[in-house]
Write a protein that binds this ligand. Sequence first.
Ligand SMILES: Cc1ncc(COP(=O)(O)O)c(C=O)c1O
Length: 382
Amino acid sequence: MSPIVSDSRLPHIKGSIFATMTRAAKKYGAVNLSQGFPDFAPDQRLLDALSEAVQGNHNQYGLPEGSETLRQSIAHMFQNLYGLGFSAETQITITAGAMQAISAAISSLVHAGEEVIFLSPAFESYEPAILLAGGVPVCVELRAPTFDIDWDEVEESVTRHTRMIVVNSPHNPTGRCWTAVDVDRLARIADQYNLLVLSDEVYHNIVFAPQQHITAFSDTRLRGRTIVVGSLGKTMHVTGWRIGYAIGAPALTNEIRKVLQFNTYAAPTPLQQAMAAVLDDAAYCDLPQLFVQKRNRFLDGLGSSRFSFMPTGGGYFQMLDYSAISELPDTEFANHLIECHGVAGLPMSGFGSQYATSKLLRFCFAKKEETLDTATDILRAI
Ligand SMILES: Cc1ncc(COP(=O)(O)O)c(C=O)c1O
């Protein structure tokens, strides 16, 4: 008899590296700087609003497109931060995390056999989402140490089958943020070859001066062809609530909503209700300051260590180069750190197997000061 699953839809995809490292950190009681989530409490107002929503009987199915007030709050955030107007009714959709926004955008807009360009190192969900849609992933590699985008190489990867390009700024794992030149090159390519753009901007609220976040929507050539995805879990320090969003032109939004309504139907009602009550300027304007302090504390703590680094430009993460310490490939070194020293970081190869010998690990500094200090005391001594 043939095996019940003889032909995997994702034959080369292994378990999530984030879950693997978090499990290992738990097993060895290591300080977990591997996965991107805060270990500090969210705003008490948010927790109170959730309790009110649940007690107030906001516990039934919501609209598939998401809570109207939450969509309006997101529209307000984009107006406030970037001076751009989006319709809550036709352009903004609430999803179960940015990850669902990514998969819904790809599965609703990419047809079988169409090519999707993504830039590696890449967040781990892009490639499986493309494969599950029947699309063909086309990887353009970014190179250490700067991980700058070679736009000529991106353009050379475009064929007559290319449908979409997936981009990410601030970038996970490198923290690199787009420049105006990047957005201009992206816009020229997308416009010339009539491509869709999926712009993963989940860390848009966390960009460190003198850099500023430049949303893909800032370029008029990109507005009608781009879906921006965001994560309120990141913005409001509650990644486990799994609330994100997709913003795009009405025709694109319409397709995304068709898929979502037969997937989760709608994101959880009380969580959206609570976020809508609290998502105002105070929830996001102070984030760069909060996180730059954490980044600096982490880097100051590593000052006299044997790790080398370039301070990250935005997001939750700092890459550390361990080439002065060990010759081990990155996963082995990450496991060694967990098992022998009690600190968990993420191997760069989790974002592209070609980086296994890059001697780079990613550390999340979205943590309490005492967590960062405990980790840097250990890392400094290695
Ligand atoms: C670049 C990037 N995109 C998307 C996501 C997924 O965000 P969410 O937790 O809202 O699904 C993450 C989460 O770490 C991320 O780092």
